[in-house]
Ligand binder design. Structure first.
Ligand code: ZN
Length: 133
């Protein structure tokens, strides 16, 4: 005997995007022996049937610093060889192209001044806004 096919009105487990979990659903439409549309018993929402298996998405990486582009880093490495960087001092005046050495971030290249005693500095770990004189 063939197993009885699911039919409209049956209760099945399905994934609900509103509830964001697997909940009881009532089949409201069948397509080719498979549930096509279901209604969530929890939120009463109608939606396409989604199997209960949870598809695991890799968590989004949240990076706090922008990644330095390779070409920018090459420029930085070149600059590093040519210019002796001085220790960073927030009271000194810097301009685009100035190099600094920061106790935490290491060698950095000033990209631009952003006004109000701030400047954008490119470090190996990414760009950072730094204080300047
Ligand atoms: Zn739901």
């Amino acid at each position: 005997m063939k197993k009885a096919a699911q039919s409209v009105g049956d209760i099945i487990d399905a994934r609900c995007t509103k509830c964001q979990k697997v909940t009881n659903h009532i089949i409201v439409a069948i397509a080719g022996n498979k549930p096509a549309k279901v209604q969530c018993n929890t939120c009463q929402g109608n939606h396409r049937y989604r199997p209960p298996e949870v598809v695991r998405k890799p968590p989004k990486r949240v990076s706090d610093a922008p990644v330095v582009k390779p070409e920018e880093w090459v420029d930085l490495e070149n600059a590093k060889g040519n210019i002796a960087a001085k220790d960073y001092d927030m009271n000194l005046n810097y301009r685009a192209g100035s190099t600094i050495r920061h106790p935490d971030f290491g060698f950095g290249l000033v990209q631009r001044l952003c006004g109000n005693r701030k400047m954008e500095v490119l470090f190996a770990s990414g760009k950072k806004i730094m204080r300047c004189g």
